[in-house]
Ligand binder design. Structure first.
Ligand SMILES: [Fe+2]
Length: 290
């Protein structure tokens, strides 16, 4: 799988309940929406009507929170079939979920929990992603989660882990820029090194979000504007990876839609400025040669 297997959707916003009416009625100028798959795994009613209305006007991607791809519990076949049905009906550009586990022994812990970065975990998760991709009949994207603790058993860093899984499973990466920043601060690693080390052709989408600063650690709360340090990291990613679909995530204390759309516009501006710089450089060196 490579990025060009997927469309470049542009700069979008995560669809949230508070904005359903506005999105349907005003059709705001935004390139695309990401929808949380589980919110629409229902037989009918308002949620499905909303999704039909949104889909009629915008491309969408489906983003899930329940796959628990890292767990040792068997994959939830019923969940995957429902996901597959939803995708067949609404034709998302892609389906994504998190590189994490959310429960074990049949218990759901309602959190996106990190994995030990080991060869054993790579083999385990990659095999499960392949199973999911067979069921869904398409490659999926896996997202890096933020974390607040690390396993003593880990034998590699996070970017080596996610790169190896994506390679072995032949899946894409949904790169959450804020999560890299949060985890880099919490675990004292270099966020730039993370961006520089990833396999560029597998990065299909970004998440941009805000976090909260608790002094000793950062929390991935999705309730603040995107911080300058995260924009700087996004700019580095934009320079390295080129055109990648970007998406604004905001889950708590959700502002007016216009504020989210403005973040998406800023992501576009930063990418365009860097793309212009890239194309300007060869012209300049040609002048010097002359
Ligand atoms: Fe995210």
């Amino acid at each position: 799988m490579k990025r060009s297997d997927f469309p470049m959707l542009g700069y979008g916003v995560g669809l949230r309940r508070q904005h359903y009416g506005h999105v349907l009625e005003a059709r705001p100028k935004v390139d695309w929406f990401e929808v949380v798959s589980e919110n629409f795994m229902v037989a009918g009613g308002r949620a499905i009507e909303v999704l039909e209305g949104v889909r009629a006007n915008y491309p969408i991607a489906m983003h899930g929170v329940s796959m628990s791809i890292g767990s040792t519990d068997p994959l939830n076949r019923e969940y995957l079939l429902q996901l597959s049905d939803l995708a067949r009906r609404f034709q998302p550009a892609w389906i994504s979920d998190h590189l994490c586990w959310t429960g074990v022994g049949g218990h759901n812990l309602h959190d996106l929990l990190p994995l030990p970065y080991t060869e054993e975990a790579i083999g385990h998760v990659a095999a499960r992603i392949r199973q999911v991709q067979e069921t869904l009949e398409r490659p999926i994207l896996i997202e890096n989660v933020s974390s607040y603790m690390a396993f003593a058993d880990s034998t590699m860093n996070e970017w080596e882990f996610i790169s190896a899984i994506a390679d072995e499973a032949d899946c894409g990466i949904l790169l959450d820029i804020n999560n890299i920043y949060v985890s880099a601060f919490n675990h004292r690693f270099d966020a730039n090194e993370y961006i520089d080390a990833l396999p560029a052709e597998r990065v299909v989408q970004y998440h941009l979000a805000g976090h909260s600063d608790h002094g000793t650690h950062l929390l991935d709360t999705h309730d603040h504007p995107v911080r300058d340090e995260v924009w700087a990291l996004y700019e580095r990613a934009a320079r390295r990876f080129g055109a990648v679909s970007a998406l604004v995530e905001w889950d708590d204390h959700i502002p007016e839609f216009a504020e989210l759309a403005a973040i998406a516009d800023r992501a576009r501006e930063i990418f365009d400025a860097n793309a212009a710089e890239r194309t300007a450089k060869p012209a300049l060196s040609a002048d010097h040669r002359a």
